[in-house]
Write a protein that binds this ligand. Structure first.
Ligand code: ACM
Length: 627
């Protein structure tokens, strides 16, 4: 048959095969039509932009292209260019503010949009169409081609965010910029910056200098966060850092160039130990506390209730607290041009309020019967301050407790329950449930990845549907992934925890619901592993690991193994040997014999080992029954 193929037929078949290879685009665009031929980037290419407002996207594209190609491509005003970025004179209603069309072919590339944000997203798609070497940091010699294609694309949701906690660990200015740049390339448009918590206050407040002089620094500690030793008297506090006003302005500008809005979070009234280390008079007990280095300072009772062994709450009955917050939010509002200020509101322990005569008197005066409802009083006061600064208040779903005005926006994190309730009550909602969107949870087997509160696989994140049944979709602004950093000491590991889940979530928040398909996402995710390698971005490969669960049937302990991605062969041993592809291959539930058995599991694909080795003792296998 092969001999019968004429050169023309061979070319056609190669062409058709090339057309069937999925383009490595994340998030998946609304519509992609393949054409014939390729666009080849000429050495003397020009990126033309037709209006001054399009210059920013052109500049960023040129900077990105010149490094790996080694070319000297220029951005130039006008319409004569190999790549044209054009702003529509008459808006294309389908595209909205962030959508774009991209047309690539042998003659050149044209990206059109209603707004510079759309042009920026079009250029991000264009970059993903080039070979992976386009992500490189040094000039490479490859064919810089893009397949001929017509793309129409626009987002499903207007709020597509990732939160980074810089309190538990401090991330310097350049790390934050690098992270924002990575997010923007996935068409995220919101960076939620968790700036304050028990473990460090990270934002300079000029009118309250001790917040960073004291609150940004803690004692040096190694070891698992939450199990660490208390500071010794007089011990130096070398660990930490904070952002000056100039740093913030620089980061805000950097984000804005990439069409990312920053949502600053000042987490009150709980999670305030670093602020109280600086200003202990703002608590009920007024006891001296320290910026916490990760000591066991709370007790959790398994049903979401807990006790703080050290006070970390502001005193809602003290007017000085509101004067303090007024100063803080004055500077926050001045520094951050976005419409929202996040005020936290989560996990506020009320035990110190319950003991405090001032709080008791306030409750009496306000007719508040339960101490839990004092938070409602506090949040309403905070909303007035935030509103007076011209900003909208956003808070975690606890702000619903004790009553809050419908103008507040709610971030649903304890599952989607809070979001549903808030939407029904007329609040705008951002969905970021632990069950799908918590990027701090481990991605693979908790005996392989460092342990943290819970597990969340990429496949589960990918399956997230942000609009619950029966909820008015207009109320759901969109969603986020949240990266808490108790166990994340540096950016390299932040990337590991972020990807590939933030790739999956970018598709949840950008792409049409109907287009979502895990099996189709996997090859694109794998292409992005290679692109991340070229870019020097870290990621987890836990998707290649076996999912190990156990069950019990007729008194027997049964082993169940599953692959997260298609095409894995799973081999195991129960005889204390190292498994390989000559070991038993999993094909259905296996009875685990009695005795001190150890399970070892390894995955292969196409005859090559690909996942981590997982080793589980009998006690762990027993523990997993029914989980
Ligand atoms: C949270 O995870 N405490 C919002």
């Amino acid at each position: 048959m092969k001999r019968l193929l004429t050169p023309a037929l061979l070319l056609l078949s190669l062409h058709l095969r090339a057309q069937n290879v999925p383009l490595p685009l994340i998030p998946q665009p609304v519509s992609v039509q393949r054409g014939s031929g390729v666009f080849t980037l000429p050495k003397a290419a020009v990126v033309a932009y037709d209006k001054p407002a399009a210059a920013g996207a052109a500049d960023l594209l040129v900077r990105k292209l010149n490094v790996p190609t080694g070319y000297a491509i220029r951005a130039q005003s006008g319409r004569a260019g190999t790549i044209l970025l054009a702003l529509n004179d008459a808006p294309n209603a389908q595209l909205g503010r962030e959508g774009y069309t991209l047309s690539a072919g042998p003659k050149g590339v044209v990206i059109r949009a209603n707004d510079p944000a759309g042009l920026f997203y079009g250029t991000q798609t264009l970059l993903q169409l080039f070979p992976k070497e386009i992500e490189g940091k040094t000039a490479a010699s490859v064919a810089w081609t893009v397949p001929a294609v017509q793309i129409t694309d626009y987002p499903r949701f207007g709020w597509r965010g990732v939160m980074l906690d810089v309190s538990r660990h401090f991330f310097g200015k350049d790390d934050v910029k690098r992270y924002i740049d990575q997010l923007a390339r996935l068409k995220y448009n919101t960076f939620h910056w968790h700036l304050t918590d028990d473990n460090g206050w990270r934002l300079e407040i000029k009118s309250l200098p001790k917040l960073t002089e004291v609150g940004a620094w803690r004692v040096a500690r190694a070891g698992h966060f939450g199990d660490r030793a208390e500071p010794k008297p007089g011990e130096p506090t070398p660990y930490g850092g904070f952002y000056t006003h100039d740093d913030v302005r620089e980061i805000v500008r950097y984000a804005a160039e990439r069409h990312v809005t920053i949502v600053p979070e000042i987490d009150v009234p709980g999670h305030s130990m670093a602020a109280l280390a600086a200003y202990p008079e703002l608590s009920c007990t007024k006891q001296k506390v320290y910026v916490n280095p990760g000591t066991p300072f709370s007790e959790w009772y398994g049903n979401g209730t807990f006790k703080m062994l050290v006070e970390n709450t502001l005193n809602p009955s003290d007017e000085r607290v509101y004067e303090f917050l007024d100063k803080v939010f004055t500077e926050v509002a001045m520094l951050f041009p976005g419409p929202y200020i996040h005020v936290g509101g989560d996990e506020c322990y009320k035990g110190y309020w319950a003991q405090d005569p001032g709080c008791q008197a306030l409750m009496k005066k306000q007719g508040i019967r339960h101490v839990e409802d004092l938070q409602g009083y506090f949040m309403n006061r905070v909303e007035k301050i935030v509103t007076a600064k011209g900003k909208k208040m956003l808070g975690w779903d606890e702000i619903l407790e004790g009553g809050i005005s419908p103008t507040a926006t709610v971030m649903s994190w304890r599952g989607v329950k809070g979001g549903i309730e808030a939407a029904h009550a007329g609040h705008d909602v951002v969905m970021t449930p632990t069950t799908f969107a918590y990027l701090d949870y481990n991605q693979g087997d908790p005996t392989v990845d460092p342990p943290i509160y819970a597990s969340l696989r990429t496949r589960k994140s990918y399956s997230f549907e942000p609009v619950p049944d029966g909820v008015d979709a207009k109320r759901i602004l969109g969603g986020q992934g949240n990266l808490w950093t108790e166990q994340i000491p540096n950016l390299r590991y932040a990337e590991y925890m972020t990807y590939p889940r933030a790739w999956a979530l970018s598709e949840v928040y950008w792409s049409p619901k109907e287009a979502k398909n895990w099996e189709a996402f996997v090859p694109r995710m794998e292409a992005h592993f290679q692109r991340a390698d070229a870019a020097g971005i870290n990621y987890s490969i836990a998707v290649y690991d076996a999912i190990v669960t156990t069950s019990r049937k007729d008194g027997k302990l049964l082993l169940n193994l599953e692959g997260e991605v298609p095409g894995l062969d799973i081999f195991y041993s129960l005889d204390d040997t190292m498994p390989d592809d000559h070991s038993p291959k999993y094909s259905g539930p296996v009875e685990i014999p009695d005795g001190p058995v150890n399970l070892r599991v390894i995955t292969y694909r196409n005859g090559q080992p690909i996942g981590h080795l997982i080793t589980l003792k009998r006690a762990e296998l027993e523990r997993r029954v029914g989980r």
